[in-house]
Design a protein around this ligand. Structure first.
Ligand code: PAF
Length: 282
C-alpha cells in the first residue's frame, strides 16, 4: 500500500494510473477507521481497479472547537488497519496546506436548500466545510467512483448535489449503514460510550424500526409523539431531533404522499456523545 503525505506525489501517482487506464475508487475519511469504513472499501474494491482512501480531520467542518480537539486520531493504527485489509492500493494523508493552500477557510455553497435542513440547523457552516474539503479531494484524487456511508445521509445528498452542480466527472455511491450486533450504527463516536451506554443506545435503531412499522398506519404527528415519548422515558439520553423527511429534498413532512419516498432521521445524545442514524421507510 502506497502512502502519500503531500499533494504532489499523490497527483503524480493518480496521473500515472489514469494513463494506464485504471479505474479509481475513492473513500475519503477522517480516520478512526472501523467496520463501516471497511464496508466502503470492500464495495470500492469490487467496482474499480484501484482503491484509494484518505485520512484528514477537516477543521472547517467542525463548528465546535472542542469536538475537533477531541476527535479520535491514531494514524499509525489506521495505516495498519488499511494495510491489513489487503485491498487498499494507496492512502492519502494530506497536510492542511495541500487542501487549503490559501488558509483554513470554507467556500460558500448553495446546495439548493439541502444544507438548511436537519444537521444544517444544528451545525452552522458544517456543510460548507464538508463541501470544501470533498471538492478539493475529488479534484486531486480524480476518482471514477467515490463512496460515502448512508449514516450521514444528508452529507451524501449534499455531496451528490456538489458533484452535479460543479459537473465533476465522478459517480457518487451511497453505502448502506453498517451496524453493530445490537443494531447501533457503526461510528467512531461509539468508542466514547461506556458498556451500559452502548447497550442502551440500541434503542435508537429499535425506534427507527418501530417507525417503519407505523409508516402509513398512523399520522406523522402521532409517530413524532411516540418517538418523543420513547426518549422522554430514557435516562441519560436526549433526543436532539427526530424527523421524517422526503428522501430527495430532505424537507420534513407532515403527511405521507403515495408517490414520494421517505426516510426517518434521528439524533440522540447519549451522555455527551452525539449519535446519528436514519432509515429508509418502506
Ligand atoms: O464523513 C466523513 O468522514 C467526512 O465528513 C468526510 C466526507 C471525509 C469529509 O471530511
Amino acid at each position: 500500500m502506497k502512502i502519500f503525505r503531500d499533494k504532489k506525489t499523490l497527483i503524480d501517482y493518480v496521473e500515472r494510473q489514469k494513463e494506464m487506464g485504471k479505474r479509481i475508487g475513492f473513500a475519503p475519511t477522517m480516520g478512526a477507521l472501523h467496520q463501516g469504513h471497511l464496508s466502503l472499501y470492500k464495495i470500492a474494491n469490487t467496482e474499480n481497479d484501484l482503491v484509494i482512501s484518505s485520512i484528514f480531520v477537516n477543521p472547517t467542518q467542525f463548528n465546535n472547537p472542542d469536538d475537533l480537539k477531541k476527535y479520535p486520531r491514531d494514524i499509525e493504527r489506521d495505516i495498519m488497519l488499511l494495510k491489513n485489509t489487503g485491498i487498499i492500493d494507496a492512502v492519502y494523508l494530506p497536510e492542511v496546506v495541500d487542501l487549503y493552500p490559501d488558509g483554513l477557510k470554507s467556500k460558500s455553497y448553495d446546495f439548493d436548500g439541502l444544507e438548511n435542513e436537519m444537521e444544517g440547523k444544528f451545525r452552522p457552516g458544517h456543510f460548507d466545510g464538508v463541501g470544501t474539503v470533498v471538492e478539493e479531494l475529488l479534484r486531486q484524487v480524480k476518482p471514477d467512483n467515490a463512496y460515502f456511508g448512508e449514516k450521514d445521509y444528508q452529507q451524501l445528498a449534499i455531496i451528490q448535489k456538489l458533484v452535479d452542480k460543479l459537473q465533476l466527472p465522478v459517480k457518487i455511491h451511497g453505502v448502506a449503514i453498517y451496524r453493530e450486533e445490537n443494531g447501533l450504527a457503526m461510528s467512531s463516536r461509539n468508542e466514547r460510550l461506556n458498556h451500559i451506554q452502548r447497550d442502551a443506545a440500541k434503542v435508537i435503531y429499535e425506534t427507527l424500526l418501530k417507525v417503519n412499522d407505523w409508516f402509513h398506519l398512523i399520522t406523522v404527528s402521532e409517530i413524532n409523539k411516540r418517538v418523543k415519548d420513547i426518549f422522554d422515558d430514557k435516562r441519560g439520553m436526549t433526543l436532539e431531533y427526530f424527523e421524517i423527511a422526503d428522501e430527495k429534498t430532505l424537507k420534513e413532512t407532515d403527511f405521507f404522499y403515495k408517490d414520494k419516498k421517505y426516510r426517518a432521521f434521528i439524533v440522540v445524545n447519549v451522555g455527551v456523545v452525539r449519535l446519528i442514524d436514519n432509515l429508509h421507510l418502506d
